[in-house]
Every structure is written in C-alpha cells, then in structure tokens.
Design a binder for this molecule. Structure first.
Ligand SMILES: *Cc1c(COP(=O)(O)O)cnc(C)c1O
Length: 455
C-alpha cells in the first residue's frame, strides 16, 4: 500500500493526472476519466490533430492518407505528445508520416504468414500447445508499426459471434492446446459481456490451462481498467496479461493506477516492447523503461525486433541495436527486468530468441564463459554425472504429443537422425544420377517482389 501510494503521488510526471492538451482543458474530470468519452472523442483527422500539435509537412501528408491504415488517438494519449517536438517518442508511435506510404524493400503484408497458420478465421495455431485468438480488429489507438495492419483497424472486417464459435470449437476439439492468447486488435476494446462470454466459454474447456490477454488498452486508455472490469477478469484465473509499452513516458499516473488494479487482482503482468527506430533504440531508454515497469509489477517479457510490415520500414533498426541493448541489460540490472529479445521469423517460423554470446569455448571437461564485465571464467563440468533415466520418469512417459513439431529437441531425443530441406536426398545422390539433380533454390515462400525486382 505504501509503495503504491508513492508511485501514484510521485510518478515520473510529478502529478497524479497527466496534463491535458489545451483544447480539452475545460472537459470535466468525470468525463475525461470516462473511457467511453475518451473513445468517442478520439482524433482521426488532420484538422483535429492540428488543434493539438504543430504538424510537420511529412505528418500532414501521412495523416491525410490514412485510408491505408486507420488513425485514431485517444485524447488522453494525444495529450502526452510534445506539441513542438516532431521526434517525441509518443508522437512517433501514433501520428502517421509520409514514410508509411513508401514501398519498402523486403516488406510484406502478412510477413509472419499468420493467415497460412489459421485453421479457422482469426485463430493462429503455430506452436504445438498454444494458439493466438484474434477476437477483434479494433484498438483504442493505432500503432503506426502495427504488425497486423493488414487487418487491424478495418471496421468492415471485424471478427464476430460466428468466428468465436468456430475458434472455440477448434480449441475444444484440439486437446494439445493448453494456452489461449486473446489478441487482435485489442480484446479489452470488446464490450464487457462479449469478452466475459469468451473467457467463460474458454474456461469451460478442460484442457485450456491458462488464458492470456494481449492488450495496449492500459496504455492508450487506462480509464478502461475499471474496478468492474477487473472484478470480471479475476473470475477467470489463471489469467495472464501482456501489455505493450515502448517508452517510459507512457507510464503516467493513470497507467500506474490501472496496472496496480490489475496486479492487485492477481493478474501476472508482462510487457512486450517493440524496438523502434526514433522511439526507443537506445540502451538507456530501454533500461529506464524496464526499471519503471518492474516498479509497477510488470515483468518485461519480450523485446521484439520490428517485423517486416508494409508501411513500417522506417521503424526498423539493425539487429545489432537489439544486441547492444541486451548487452546493456544482462548483469547491469535485475534479471527480472530483462526481456527476451526475439525476432519473429518471416514466413511463419515463430519467435526466435537472440542474445549476445556468453559461451566462449567448451570441451568435455570445461566450459569457458564471459560475464557482462568481460571477466572470463571456467566452469568445471561433472565427471561423475549419472544420466537421467527416462524409463523411470513419469514425466517422460506422459509427454505431450507435438505432432510434426519436435524439431531439434526431437533429434536430441533420437526421433530421427536428420532434418533436411525438401529435395536434399535427391541432390546428394550424385553417384547414381551423375549429378544432374538440382535442389530447388527457393524452398517455401519466395522473396517479395517490389517494382519487378526480387529483393
Ligand atoms: C507470440 C505468439 C504466441 C505466444 O508465444 P509465447 O512465446 O508463448 O509468448 C502464440 N502464437 C502465435 C502465433 C504467436 O505469434
């Protein structure tokens, strides 16, 4: 209680409520604090934006062309923008610029091949034991780097009752699914009875162990985290929540209060952060961010390399930037404050962790490692290790099936000797064929073509 009070009274901004842009100065607090008022007064035109910030010509061109990807900004979040600074990190996340319209080499509409992994509309089943369930295309505000801008924001392409029925039916008849991740769009934008109905129906499925919600509502619209909503959510435990924060300036007194309500309801909170050029591509910004998150009981979960999404090319950083940031975290701060840096593989390979190398050398006796300070040490391996005996282990005997997805772990378990590209055997049977077979150069999806050129 003491701690919460301290955070609410002395947040980074210094006041309990964030400042408002002058045009909303006279709105009564009761309206300002009402999420319905915030949603209905969102900014979505150049004229409205000009009332609160001085637009650059680039922004004006971008904001006038939002037919490609909708713009909507809650008054609360818009008020966090520095009206005079075109490089404001809050501003860069929600105000479009003309750069969104550039066709950027290598970028794709559905770079993660989510549509290919969907057994029913809106359900992405990529991993053996968990699914991503897209329940709406709507958000409180729209991130300009949205990984799903191909569907998000389009009010004519929303998910509804019929889709939910099919998604839930698929989950119910697929017993290997133990984790359901509600996303979209933003699930917390749904009317509360519809969201509750989804949670209730998922909870009725015996093999669904945990439910997760991925949401940016606590950041864009913290007013939505009402006592009533939280009381509903906590009925469906174990319920986890991942929020999405990219910059410490997003952690206002309002957000702090919303996160405290969620954490007090026993909802474990994680944060997914996207590494964004011009927003947070700096080890010191990320370090400040993760510290502010853990103060609010939010565990930094993933740091994402920005996806290859059409319209978001100007947000991408080299992967080396992410590695530099991870180097600045490990050892320098609490392990709890360190996210996993991941690249979501184009073509639908899923998230792959990337980190600096700490393992320098190894033989059967010793492992040589370096720490964050550059200190190098030796770990002596045991010489008398009694290997684990799977025949006496009930967990080995009761393994979950992962049909077709045992991968490298499967090789270690002796499922097979090799994993090889399609056509590999034919190409390497050169003695018999005289070397005439050729392995297809492109396996899987071809590289995207821009202006007639393969990139
Ligand atoms: C990110 C993601 C998940 C969840 O992955 P975790 O690593 O378990 O957080 C599940 N399905 C899809 C399709 C995803 O993109």
């Amino acid at each position: 209680m003491e701690e919460r009070k301290r955070l609410e009274e002395e947040p980074p901004g210094g006041k309990r409520r964030s400042p408002r842009a002058p045009i909303w100065r006279d709105v009564p607090d009761a309206l300002w604090d009402d999420w319905r008022w915030q949603l209905t007064h969102r900014l979505n035109s150049v004229e409205q934006l000009k009332q609160i910030i001085r637009l650059t010509p680039e922004e004006e061109a971008g904001a006038a062309a939002t037919h490609r990807f909708r713009m909507d900004i809650t008054p609360y979040f818009a008020s966090l923008i520095d009206p005079e600074d075109p490089n404001c990190p809050i501003r860069r996340q929600v105000i479009p610029t003309a750069r969104e319209l550039e066709p950027t080499p290598g970028l794709m509409a559905d770079s993660l091949a989510e549509d290919q992994h969907s057994p029913v509309p809106g359900l992405v089943h990529r991993y053996p034991d968990r699914v991503l369930m897209l329940v709406t295309t709507q958000c409180a505000s729209y991130c300009r780097f949205c990984t799903r801008s191909r569907i998000v924001g389009d009010p004519h392409a929303n998910f509804g009752r019929r889709d939910y029925d099919r998604q839930i039916e698929y989950i119910a008849r697929t017993p290997q699914i133990r984790d359901v991740l509600l996303s979209g769009g933003d699930p917390l934008i749904l009317p509360q009875p519809i969201l509750e109905d989804l949670l209730r129906r998922l909870r009725e499925i015996p093999h669904v162990e945990i439910i997760r919600i991925g949401t940016r509502v606590p950041i864009f619209l913290p007013q939505r985290i009402t006592d009533e909503l939280v009381a509903m959510l906590r009925k469906y435990h174990p319920l986890w929540m991942n929020i999405h924060v990219n910059h410490p300036k997003e952690l206002t007194p309002e957000v702090t209060e919303a996160l405290a309500k969620l954490a007090d309801a026993g909802i474990p909170l994680g944060s997914q952060t996207v590494l964004l050029a011009g927003v947070n591509d700096c080890p010191h910004i990320i370090r400040a961010l993760v510290h502010e998150l853990v103060k609010r009981r939010v565990r930094p979960y993933y740091l994402y390399q920005c996806d290859l999404v059409e319209g978001a090319g100007h947000f991408r950083t080299p992967v080396s930037k992410g590695l530099e940031i991870m180097e600045a975290l490990r050892g320098h701060t609490s392990g709890y404050a360190i996210p996993t840096y991941v690249i979501d593989l184009p073509g639908g390979g899923g998230k792959v962790p990337v980190m600096p190398n700490y393992l320098l050398a190894m033989n059967e006796r010793r492992v040589v490692l370096r720490n964050f300070e550059g200190f190098i040490s030796t770990y002596e391996q045991p010489t008398d290790y009694t290997p684990h005996d799977p025949s006496r282990c009930e967990y080995c005997r009761n393994q979950r099936p992962e049909p077709g997805q045992r991968g490298i772990f499967g090789l270690l378990q002796g499922d097979a000797m090799t994993i090889a590209p399609e056509g590999f055997q034919a190409v390497h049977r050169r003695l018999q064929t005289g070397g005439t077979e050729t392995m297809p150069l492109i396996i899987g999806e071809p590289l995207p073509v821009v202006n007639g050129e393969v990139l």
